[in-house]
Write a protein that binds this ligand. Structure first.
Ligand SMILES: Nc1nc2c(ncn2[C@@H]2O[C@H](COP(=O)(O)OP(=O)(O)O)[C@@H](O)[C@H]2O)c(=O)[nH]1
Ligand SMILES: [Mg+2]
Length: 315
């Protein structure tokens, strides 16, 4: 175990992969090992920058992560990539597909890439990813990128995982705009109209105007220039501007301390999730036979009223 912990601290990729597996395990004893490691290194949790890259399937999240990841690596940063894709629970990690979009990034040193976790006993995808991110912070990865569908997935999950929320949008306009809920437009920090190349370049520029208008309505104070961009992961022009804006936002949040406050609120959110799950699991176990009794009534053709359920639950 000491070797494992040392390995994680020395940025040994296999060691972090093993620790992440323990965190995601369905065995509580495994989870406790990862958890204890996090507890022992709490002082390292203020580090790193966590960016979520969100958007509908096909908008180019994996491609964008490859592009920004390679760019940031060239500036000397170490990079960890996590993905939360609810569909990969069925397909067992569509990141195998994603890794083919991240060929250059995955071949670099100081880069850790991890497919979507499945849910375990202590929680769903969100809490597992939150803990994985904490592990990557302790391991000293400078920048942690989280690929999330975000759209259709609860934005509360994504909001509670990252320091900055990057929303990728399709170069499309009007009503197609874009099956995206107002909620997600509100929580996003940066809006990037992606695939701004070839035949889509014009559409991307038009979309940018529309996005500017709708973001202005939502956030009248926001400097649109430094928060809304067009970008192409094929052409790769202008990543420096995007990164500069992200850095500026992070610096200003650090200087007014909101950066750290938000991280505490996020931990409170995940604590509550875990607490609720453990509480539910605990009492369901205690009330197992009461529940079975009620179910048997149904089998005999009787009705089970809310009143009976209420009585059964009061202990
Ligand atoms: N034209 C163009 N196509 C892109 C760009 N980025 C990604 N794609 C393509 O869009 C498709 C979906 O990309 P992917 O990164 O897997 O999207 P994800 O589902 O959001 O992760 C792939 O066929 C990519 O080659 C881009 O900047 N320009
Ligand atoms: Mg993808």
């Amino acid at each position: 175990m000491e070797n494992l912990e040392e390995g994680v601290l020395n940025k040994n990729i296999a060691a972090l992969a093993r620790m992440v597996t323990l965190n995601e395990s369905t065995r509580l004893e495994d989870n406790l090992i990862a958890d204890k490691f996090i507890a022992e290194h709490q002082n390292k949790l203020d580090s790193s920058i966590v960016l979520s890259i969100s958007g509908i399937p096909g908008v180019g999240k994996s491609s964008f992560i490859e592009t920004i990841g390679v760019y940031l690596h060239s500036l000397g940063y170490s990079i960890a990539v996590f993905s939360i894709d609810p569909s990969s629970e069925l397909t067992h990690g569509s990141i195998l597909g994603d890794k083919t979009r991240m060929t250059e990034l995955s071949s670099l040193d100081r880069v850790f890439i991890r497919p979507s976790p499945s849910s375990n006993r202590l929680g769903g995808l969100g809490i597992n990813t939150h803990k994985n991110i904490e592990l990557a912070k302790i391991a000293g990865y400078d920048i942690i990128l989280v690929e999330t569908v975000g759209v259709g997935q609860s934005e509360t999950i994504v909001k509670n995982l990252c320091d900055a929320f990057v929303l990728l949008l399709m170069p499309a306009s009007g009503d197609e705009l874009q099956g995206i809920k107002k909620g997600i437009m509100e929580v996003a920090d940066f809006y990037i109209i992606h695939k701004a190349d070839g035949e889509l370049l014009n559409a991307a520029n038009l979309s940018k105007k529309e996005i500017e208008n709708s973001v202005h309505l939502l956030k009248s104070e926001l400097d649109l220039e430094s928060h809304i961009f067009i970008f192409s992961s094929v052409l790769k022009n202008g990543m420096d501007k995007i990164w500069l804006s992200i850095q500026e936002l992070m610096e200003s949040k650090k200087s007014d301390k909101s950066f750290y406050r938000k991280r505490i609120e996020q931990r409170q959110h995940w604590l509550k999730e875990t607490y609720e799950r453990m509480l539910l699991e605990h009492y369901l176990e205690k009330k197992k036979s009461d529940l079975t009794n009620l179910q048997e009534k149904l089998e005999k053709g009787s009705f089970v009223s809310l009143e009976e359920i209420r009585k059964s639950i009061q202990f």
